[in-house]
Design a protein around this ligand. Structure first.
Ligand code: ARG
Length: 463
C-alpha cells in the first residue's frame, strides 16, 4: 500500500504526497465541480453497462448507481466536502462513493479512465450550454420580432459609413438582427450535431480489453454513437472550440447591436428610450441615464473571444493523446458560457423594455438628403436618363439644397429646372421618406410589406 500522504486513487507507486504548490497547480476541483451532475450521469451509465456486460455483478452496479445518487444529492444540497487533494470532480465523487458503499465503488473505474471520463463530462456540459444558447437566442429573436412587427412602417435613416444613406424602416433594422441571430443559433445547432459522439469507453487512450458496450453508454447519455477512434476521443476538444467560436460570433453580433443602442439612446440621437430597469444613473450628474447594460454587452466579446483564442492556443501543438494542458479548457468555456448567457438575457430584457421614439426616427429619416437616390431613380424612370447622368443631376440638386440650407423636397420646381429643365412636378412624389421606403419592395428590401413578409416567416419558424 502507498504512504499515508500519497494519493488514495493513484498513490500505489508513490512514497510521498505532493508539494503544496504541486497540489495548487494540479487541482481542478475548484472549477470542475460544475460538472458534478454530468460526472455522476456518466458514472451511472458506465455502472449499468458494466453489469449488463457481466463485468461487475448486478448488485455491485446497483450499489454504485444508488450511491452515486446519494453523492449527487450531497453535492446539490451543499453538504459535500470537496478536497483539493483529490484533484478533480472525478476523484472526489469516486472517493465519496467508496465511503458510502465500500468495496463495490472500487470496481466502478473498470474499463475506463479519467481521460475518457473528463471528455464525456465536458461534452455533456458543453452540449447543455449549446441548447441554452439556442434557447436564449430564440427568446431574443422573439423580442426583436415584436419590435419589428410594431414598427414595420416606422421610418428611420439607414446608414452606411454611419452617414445617412437611404431611409429604412425600424422593422427592417430589427429584422437584420433576427437574421444574424438565426445564423448564430444554427451555428450552435451544427456544432451540437457534430459533437454528439460519446468518448466513454475510449479509456486512457487505446480502448480496453474488457468487453464493454459503448453503444449502450452512448445511448444512455443521449449521444448519437460512440466516437470511432479512442486516441481522438480522449484528446479532442473541438467541441469546446466550436462552442467558443459560435459564442464569439454571437457575442460580436450582440456588441454591434449594443453599440447602436448606446448611440441611439444618446441625447443627440434620441432614437430609443431604454427602460429604467436596464439603465443606471450617475452619482454626480443628476440628468444622466446611462446605457450600462448595452455597454457591458458590447464589451463581453472581449472575454468570450479571449477564451476562444486561449483554448485554441492551449490545444495547438499538443501531441496525441491526452495531456494535462487540456485541463485548461474548462475555465475558459465556463466563463464564456456564463457571460454569453448573461449578455443574451440582458439584451433580451433591454429589447423587450425599450421604446423607439417614432418622431425622432422620422425627423432623422428625412435629413441628410436621404431621398437623393429616389430622385436619381425618378430621372431614370420618368426621363429615360442613364443612371450616371441622373446621379450627376441629383448631385447638383443636393449641392443647391445644401447651399440654401434646405432639404430636397423644399426646393421649388423652378429651382430644380435650372439644373434640368425636363424635371416635372411629379418628382415631389418620390422625395418623401414614406414613398422612398414603400418603393423598396424587392425581396428582402425595406418596404413595410417586405418587412411583414419576413416577420411572418420568422414568427412561424420560432413558433
Ligand atoms: N482533471 C483532469 C482534466 O480536467 C481530468 C483528467 C486527468 N487525467 C489524467 N490522466 N491526469 O483534464
Amino acid at each position: 500500500m502507498s504512504n499515508d500522504t500519497s494519493n488514495q486513487m493513484w498513490g500505489g507507486r508513490f512514497s510521498a504526497g505532493p508539494d503544496a504548490i504541486m497540489e495548487a497547480i494540479n487541482a481542478s476541483i475548484g472549477f470542475d465541480k460544475r460538472m458534478a451532475a454530468q460526472d455522476i450521469a456518466g458514472s451511472r451509465a458506465h455502472a449499468a453497462m458494466l453489469a449488463a456486460t457481466g463485468i461487475v455483478t448486478d448488485s455491485d452496479a446497483e450499489a454504485m448507481r444508488e450511491g452515486l445518487l446519494t453523492v449527487l444529492s450531497e453535492i446539490e444540497g451543499g453538504t459535500f466536502e470537496f478536497s483539493a487533494a483529490l484533484e478533480d470532480i472525478h476523484m472526489n465523487v469516486e472517493s465519496r462513493l467508496k465511503e458510502i458503499i465500500g468495496e463495490p465503488a472500487g470496481r466502478l473505474h473498470t474499463g475506463r479512465s479519467r481521460n475518457d471520463q473528463v471528455a464525456t463530462d465536458f461534452k455533456l456540459w458543453v452540449r447543455d450550454q449549446m441548447d441554452a444558447a439556442i434557447a436564449g437566442i430564440q427568446s431574443l429573436q422573439k423580442a426583436l420580432l415584436a419590435q419589428a412587427e410594431a414598427g414595420a412602417d416606422w421610418v428611420m435613416p439607414g446608414f452606411t459609413h454611419l452617414q445617412t444613406a437611404q431611409p429604412v424602416t425600424w422593422g427592417h433594422h430589427m429584422m437584420a438582427y433576427v437574421e444574424m441571430l438565426g445564423r448564430d443559433a444554427s451555428r450552435f445547432a451544427d456544432a451540437r450535431a457534430r459533437m454528439n459522439e460519446s468518448p466513454l469507453g475510449a479509456a486512457a487512450l487505446a480502448g480496453t480489453s474488457f468487453p464493454i458496450d459503448r453503444d449502450m453508454t452512448a445511448k444512455a447519455l443521449g449521444f448519437d454513437r460512440p466516437s470511432a477512434n479512442s486516441l481522438d476521443a480522449v484528446s479532442d476538444r473541438d467541441f469546446a472550440l466550436d462552442f467558443l467560436s459560435a459564442a464569439s460570433i454571437c457575442a460580436m453580433h450582440l456588441s454591434r447591436f449594443a453599440e447602436e443602442l448606446v448611440i441611439w439612446s444618446s441625447a443627440q440621437f434620441r432614437f430609443v428610450t431604454l427602460s429604467d430597469r436596464f439603465s443606471t444613473g450617475s452619482s454626480i450628474m443628476p440628468q444622466k441615464k446611462n446605457p450600462d447594460a448595452a455597454e457591458l454587452i458590447r464589451a463581453k466579446i472581449g472575454r468570450i473571444f479571449g477564451a476562444n483564442v486561449a483554448l485554441m492556443t492551449v490545444m495547438k501543438g499538443l501531441p496525441l493523446a491526452y495531456s494535462k494542458d487540456m485541463q485548461e479548457d474548462k475555465e475558459q468555456v465556463f466563463d464564456a458560457a456564463d457571460n454569453l448567457m448573461l449578455a443574451l438575457a440582458a439584451m433580451d430584457g433591454m429589447v423587450r423594455d425599450m421604446s423607439a421614439n417614432r418622431d425622432s426616427l422620422a425627423a432623422a429619416a428625412g435629413s441628410g438628403f436621404s431621398t437623393a437616390t429616389d430622385l436619381a431613380d425618378w430621372c431614370v424612370r420618368a426621363q429615360g436618363m442613364p443612371f450616371r447622368d441622373a446621379h450627376h443631376v441629383t448631385g447638383a440638386l443636393v449641392a443647391m439644397a445644401e447651399a440654401k440650407g434646405c432639404d430636397l423636397p423644399d426646393l421649388s420646381l423652378a429651382d430644380m429646372q435650372t439644373v434640368n429643365p425636363d424635371i416635372t412636378e411629379d418628382v415631389f412624389s418620390v422625395l418623401t421618406v414614406e414613398a422612398s421606403v414603400a418603393s423598396r419592395t424587392s425581396y428582402g428590401g425595406t418596404a413595410p410589406a417586405q418587412v411583414r413578409v419576413q416577420v411572418a416567416r420568422w414568427t412561424k419558424l420560432l413558433a
